[in-house]
Ligand binder design. Sequence first.
Ligand SMILES: Nc1nc2c(ncn2[C@@H]2O[C@H](COP(=O)(O)OP(=O)(O)OP(=O)(O)O)[C@@H](O)[C@H]2O)c(=O)[nH]1
Length: 259
Amino acid sequence: MNILAPVRRDRVLAELPQCLRKEAALHVRKDFHPRVTCACQEHRTGTVGFKISKVIVVGDLSVGKTCLINRFCKDTFDKNYKATIGVDFEMERFEVLGVPFSLQLWDTAGQERFKCIASTYYRGAQAIIIVFNLNDVASLEHTKQWLADALKENDPSSVLLFLVGSKKDLSTSAQYTLMEKDALKVAQEIKAEYWAVSSLTGENVREFFFRVAALTFEANVLAELEKSGARRIGDIVRINSDDSNLYLTASKKKPTCCP
Ligand SMILES: Nc1nc2c(ncn2[C@@H]2O[C@H](COP(=O)(O)OP(=O)(O)OP(=O)(O)O)[C@@H](O)[C@H]2O)c(=O)[nH]1
């Protein structure tokens, strides 16, 4: 029995969506990792098509986490603030390089009094989205604490991190430029990919979630290939050197599965 909803036509990814800023990206390759493309073409993606990947969205109260998820999943925007109590989640089905792929987007409460309920849902995330308000520098400063809390429940070496500035529509371009400088620094420090969005206008929302889906999918397929022995150790490594701002990189070795 298929309990999953069918993939919508506008959730089909045939190409790798690009990062927003090269200075703070998980990687800057133009295409999917060749092994991933190859595995998809040859239908060797194992259980990836049946799995549901968990993504958690954290950040200060009222930064716009719920609105971000609702803009992408329901194409709606509510200007009235209703605090999330505990957690909520939405399922999104994609098709990436012909393979079905599901994301479970967990919207968590930013309010202190609901935080202890929300944090019990942090475990098992494959990606963490840390949201701050581009018009509130304190919310950017708090992102490191949100990340530290989320990482207590997850494996820091395998989880993908995204730092998202929200409410871009409320910044003038001068204000935005200033805030972006600080945000890029934080993103580089925590090794997260940086995005700036507006859920009011929809700017970058679709592009952002497509990038999350694509990179999570890529990591899943590479992990699957590793499990099945088709992959050499070293395909995905975290780069810790100070002079590099890329966080994930591909092995330079020629993939065994491709010509
Ligand atoms: N102008 C503008 N307002 C936004 C945007 N995103 C969210 N808001 C407003 O900001 C307020 C808070 O948004 P929410 O999405 O509920 O915030 P949240 O982070 O989920 O809040 P908690 O549930 O308390 O953690 C609401 O009044 C939204 O309408 C945006 O992109 N632009």
